[in-house]
Design a protein around this ligand. Sequence first.
Ligand SMILES: [Zn+2]
Length: 115
Amino acid sequence: MEVDREAAGFFVNSKDGVDDLIITPMGQNLFDDASPGLNNFLSIGQYNRENQSFTIGNTVYSFTKWFHTHPGANREGFGYVDPSSGDKNASKYFCLDGLIFGGRGGIGAICSDGK
Ligand SMILES: [Zn+2]
């Protein structure tokens, strides 16, 4: 997992039972702000918050978790695994548990209720 720059996305199961990972484009993101990339991704498909499914074209994916990275292990103030308030809000919005991959090597977790 690249953690020098921020990345975000979703762990998914397709209807075919194939596990996959969708990583959203993050080029325009600032540190510790996953929103633009995720919003861009969500804008190309249709996310159903009631059953955590996402449709692109004719393919329906079941989302199991979302994630993003807190990059910058060598920059003071970045790289930690504690979720920001925006991260907690994202988990509540998606109704999904979230994972944070810190640039210092740790993994943080967020419950779907934002706690
Ligand atoms: Zn974050």
